[in-house]
Every structure is written in structure tokens, then in C-alpha cells.
Design a protein around this ligand. Structure first.
Ligand SMILES: [Zn+2]
Ligand SMILES: [Zn+2]
Length: 317
């Protein structure tokens, strides 16, 4: 069966989108025989509902963040779930709107998450083969207490890049030196995380998608007890806010750049320019560069042409 044969038709457009906006974040690892057909169908569906955001379709499945009027996003999710491959698709909801994304982007990529190694991951209809055990957010504290009592404390491993980790992270987390997701693969392969091999490891990322792959790579390397935080930091924050093991702000991939679960979120970041305490993220001044840096609003205002270290290296003196 090909995806195109089973792709349901797009619903009729809403007459007047309005009301409060919502953002839906979701992923599913499942083999897709015809990603291009899924891309076309997804594009039509999202355009017909006036949504913006980013949807990645791959032979490994689908991963998306879309925003728009609440009713339109709900219809998008219902429409997506009509595809047999995406039945029962789990979605994380947050407040927001189409204005939080610059546009709609629907692309086919070799991987759902750009680790740069599609051949290292096997996906079947149950998801990533050999991935870490999914640990629901409400069971994390019990696991941490249990392992501590056994004298084998849980180690948190951040599955994001180092800028995301600079403004928010789990308690005493190991933060791999990672500019991009590709660097995480390098961190695993280089052996730089091997000191955690025989310890209980809980990987976490924003919504969980990166940990599906990261935890499988760790298990493949022989890590003995690997969990992935189910639903990621988003689900944990909904359950525990800032009263648990999470500290700081959560970086997100839309115009908000980051969010806090409560008004009591700690400021963990340090401005790369002045060293002052801030969790403000700023884009590199090069419009072609997508690198974010932790920079306080004062320094951003004073040096609007500031570029990231990588772009600085490329700039002739
Ligand atoms: Zn500053
Ligand atoms: Zn740059």
C-alpha cells in the first residue's frame, strides 16, 4: 500500500479563522513508502487551513510543529490522524498562533531528525527499533528516588544543542558539546559519553523526537540502562512546572525562541557578550545563519550586527 493511495482528502477551508491560537507539536516514527505523496497531502491540508509552521516528512515518518487558530489546528490534527500511518497520533498543545512562524514549510528529508546517519536507524510500524524505554514524566521522580536508594543515581543526558541547554536543563545533566544534532552522533561515537555506559541514563529533549534516535544510538553502543523522557521537557513542564528537577527556560523553534513554565523559572544563561545573567536568545546577524546565541537585550541593542563565532571565522578581517 502506498501513502498516496490512502491519503484522505483535505477538508474544506474554514470560512473565518479566528479565536485563540494554538500550536501543535508531534512526531511519529513509522515507515513511509512514498514520503513525497505524504508531503503533497500535508501541504494541501495545512494550506487549506491557513496554518504555518514546519513539517518534515521522511521514509522514517513525520515530525511537525504547526500553528494557527485553535479550530483550524484541531482540524489539521484530525485530518492527519485519518492517514492509516498516523492513526492515534499523539500531539502536544501549547498557546500560540500562525504568527509564531514565519511561513509554512513542508519538506521531505532523509531523516526525521538530522543526525546525518539515516542508515544507523531502523524504523518499523512500532517506531524506532531498539530505542530506549519510554519513561512517562510522572514516573521520572520515582525512578530517580529508586536508583538513588540503590546507590546508582540516575544521570540526565541532554539530547539538544548546547545553546538550548545553556538556558534550561535537568539537574546535574550531562551536556554534550553539540552545535547541531549531528554533533550528538559524534559525541556518542567518539566515546565521550562512555563513562555513563553502566549507569541509569535518562535522555531528554524538547518534545521527545531527538531522544528516539539518541537513545537507540546509546543502546547500540552498549549502554546498559537507557530511558527517554516521554513527551520530552514539554510534558514534564506541564506536570511539574519549575518545582521539580527541571531548571530554567525551554528553547522552542518558533518566534517565541523560548518559554518558561512558571514565573519562577530560573535564569541560567550568561550573555556571550557581557557575561550578565540572561536567558534571552538572539539570532546571528547574518540572515543566512540560523545560529542562536545567549545574549542580553542590552547587548543586542548595542551591537545589532553581532555575528556568531562560526560566521566571524568566515568573515575576512
Ligand atoms: Zn550582555
Ligand atoms: Zn552565524
Amino acid at each position: 500500500m502506498t501513502a498516496s493511495a490512502s491519503a484522505p482528502a483535505a477538508p474544506t477551508p474554514l470560512p473565518s479563522p479566528g479565536g485563540p491560537g494554538r500550536i501543535a507539536l508531534y512526531y511519529r516514527f513509522t515507515p513511509l513508502a512514498d514520503p513525497e505523496a505524504v508531503r503533497l497531502w500535508q501541504r494541501t491540508l495545512a494550506v487549506s487551513l491557513g496554518l504555518t509552521g514546519r513539517i518534515i516528512v521522511s521514509p522514517q515518518g513525520i515530525n511537525g510543529t504547526v500553528g494557527g487558530p485553535a479550530e483550524a489546528v484541531k482540524r489539521y490534527v484530525r485530518g492527519t490522524r485519518e492517514h492509516p500511518a498516523f492513526r492515534g497520533l499523539e500531539v502536544k498543545w501549547s498557546d500560540g498562533s500562525a504568527a509564531d512562524f514565519p511561513r509554512l514549510s513542508v519538506r521531505v528529508r532523509p531523516e526525521l531528525v538530522a543526525f546525518g546517519a539515516p542508515e544507523r536507524i531502523r524504523v518499523d510500524e512500532h517506531g524506532v527499533v531498539g530505542t530506549g524505554e519510554h519513561l512517562p514524566a510522572d514516573q521520572l521522580h520515582a525512578l530517580v528516588a529508586e536508583r538513588a536508594a540503590e546507590g546508582r543515581p540516575v544521570r540526565f543526558l541532554d539530547g539538544r544543542n548546547s545553546v538550548e541547554a545553556a538556558i534550561g536543563r535537568f539537574e546535574d545533566a550531562v551536556i554534550p558539546a553539540a552545535h547541531t544534532t549531528r554533533d550528538l552522533l559524534e559525541a556518542v561515537d567518539s566515546g565521550s559519553l562512555d563513562h555513563l555506559k553502566d549507569q541509569p541514563v535518562v535522555t531528554y529533549c524538547t518534545g521527545g523526537v531527538r531522544c528516539e534516535v539518541l537513545s537507540a544510538l546509546l543502546k547500540d553502543r552498549g549502554f546498559s540502562e537507557v530511558y527517554q523522557l516521554d513527551g520530552g521537557i514539554v510534558r514534564y513542564g506541564e506536570a511539574h512546572g519549575d518545582a521539580g528537577l527541571w531548571h530554567g527556560r525551554l528553547a522552542v523553534f518558533d518566534r517565541r525562541l523560548s518559554l518558561a513554565f512558571t514565573d519562577g523559572a530560573e535564569t541560567l544563561g550568561r550573555c556571550v557578550t557581557c557575561g550578565g545573567a540572561t536567558s534571552h536568545l538572539a539570532n546571528c546577524a547574518d540572515p543566512a545563519c540560523t545560529t542562536l546565541q545567549v545574549r542580553c537585550p542590552d547587548c543586542v541593542a548595542a551591537h545589532p550586527d553581532h555575528v556568531c563565532p562560526r560566521c566571524l571565522e568566515r568573515t575576512p578581517a
